[in-house]
Design a protein around this ligand. Structure first.
Ligand SMILES: [Zn+2]
Length: 393
């Protein structure tokens, strides 16, 4: 078969209005294309009370190991203010070398680039003693409950093994081939509620001021010295997101005060180690007889895939295609790699993400083509390094 054009495939995918959690025809389209290329395709729909039903897709070309996986999502965020878009967000028009549309860089463009890369390898007669797979969810931009996490569990239960994974999230800040994400910070939310005794501001000895105790406790939290960063991570950060007392009277000492804060933490901590430290600090700052509740929710642990095979292969491919090597970074938000890291080494590398989730989201067609060529090199080199040299060569 002839090699697919990555830009045309990206356009076809963008024209499927798969606003999370809707499938929008995007997975059906992908299934058709992948089956035409010889992939064995499985759909993995999941549901759970209280959440939307989500469709997902896993496709594998080959039956032998090692299994190199590409992970991504076909769901997209809503268009937001439709009137601010220069065009229909699902028209997928190319103007002056730029492809516009919801999902152009986050991340239908990268999915198209990977599929086109495999089609070009097949068109060239490449044949590997290993497998190439695609793990594509429809629940990345939503709550991420019925997506990658459940797919990985179901695949593992059916004996499917992933050996290495590239997640195609947009990682490059402004220019193609300038950043690979080799890990992500963790995120913890702390919810503190202090209980006191309401009273008259003129009779403080008869009351127990919850607001003042909360201020003392949050000061101790702010004074925490988390760390100064680690080899691959910036220092962990803490931010108070809200403090609420809800007192509208000037002559009342409040009985309740609440604070919520978020910690983005590096690989020197875990959610559990931070929680233990926070509980210690709050207890000593609260003082004798204080009454308060403290809840913690960890939305993701930090992780690192140390520089190695995957980051080397992508860096070498970027140098060959673009003439420069990307920075290895752990900055920014989280991705589904936080689930994949429990199964195999994973890094994120995709398009330029400057316009993701924005009005007039776009990707340069030259970047999509370059990404496809980079992915093709990575796949070829991966199997060569794993001793599965191209049998046809
Ligand atoms: Zn994304």
């Amino acid at each position: 078969m002839a090699a697919l054009d990555p830009v045309e495939l990206a356009q076809d995918l963008i024209r499927c209005p798969s606003v999370t959690p809707a499938e929008g025809g995007a997975l059906d389209l992908l299934q058709d294309v992948l089956e035409g290329m010889g992939f064995a395709v499985r759909r993995l729909p999941f549901s759970e009370p209280g959440t939307a039903d989500v469709d997902n897709l896993y496709a594998r070309l080959g039956t032998e190991g090692p299994n190199l996986c590409f992970a991504g999502h076909t769901d997209v965020v809503p268009v937001g203010d439709r009137d601010s878009w220069s065009d229909d967000p699902f028209a997928a028009e190319v103007r002056d070398g730029i492809l516009y549309g919801r999902g152009a860089n986050d991340m239908k463009g990268a999915i198209a680039a990977f599929v086109a890369a495999i089609s070009s390898l097949k068109a060239n007669g490449s044949n590997f003693d290993g497998s190439i797979s695609m793990l594509i969810t429809g629940d990345e931009e939503g709550p991420s409950i019925n997506g990658t996490k459940k797919m990985l569990e179901a695949l593992a239960a059916s004996g499917e093994k992933l050996d290495a994974c590239i997640t195609g999230e947009p990682t490059n800040p402004r220019e193609m081939g300038t950043m690979i994400k080799i890990g992500r910070r963790g995120s913890l939310n702390g919810f503190l509620t202090v209980h006191g005794v309401q009273g008259h501001t003129g009779y403080v000895h008869l009351a127990d001021n919850a607001a003042e105790r909360l201020v003392r406790m949050m000061n101790a939290v702010l004074d925490l010295e988390l760390d100064e960063g680690s080899e691959h991570f910036q220092p962990s950060t803490l931010a108070i997101s809200t403090i609420d007392v809800g007192n509208t009277a000037t002559n009342i000492i409040p009985a309740t005060a609440k604070a919520v804060f978020n910690i983005r933490f590096n690989d020197l901590h875990s959610g559990a180690s931070l929680e233990a430290r926070l509980r210690d600090v709050l207890a000593s700052a609260a003082g004798e007889g204080a009454r308060y509740d403290f809840d913690v929710r960890v939305s993701g642990e930090s992780f690192l895939t140390p520089p190695g095979l995957l980051s080397d292969l992508i860096s070498d491919a970027c140098e060959a295609e673009l003439g420069h090597r990307p920075e290895l970074s752990t900055t920014g938000g989280t991705s589904d790699s936080r689930f994949i890291k429990d199964y195999c080494p994973v890094v994120d590398f995709g398009l330029v993400g400057e316009s993701m989730h924005k009005v007039d989201e776009h990707a340069a067609t030259a970047d999509i083509t370059a990404l496809s060529q980079i992915y093709a090199r990575v796949v070829t080199e991966y199997f060569a390094r794993m001793g599965c040299a191209d049998a046809s060569a």
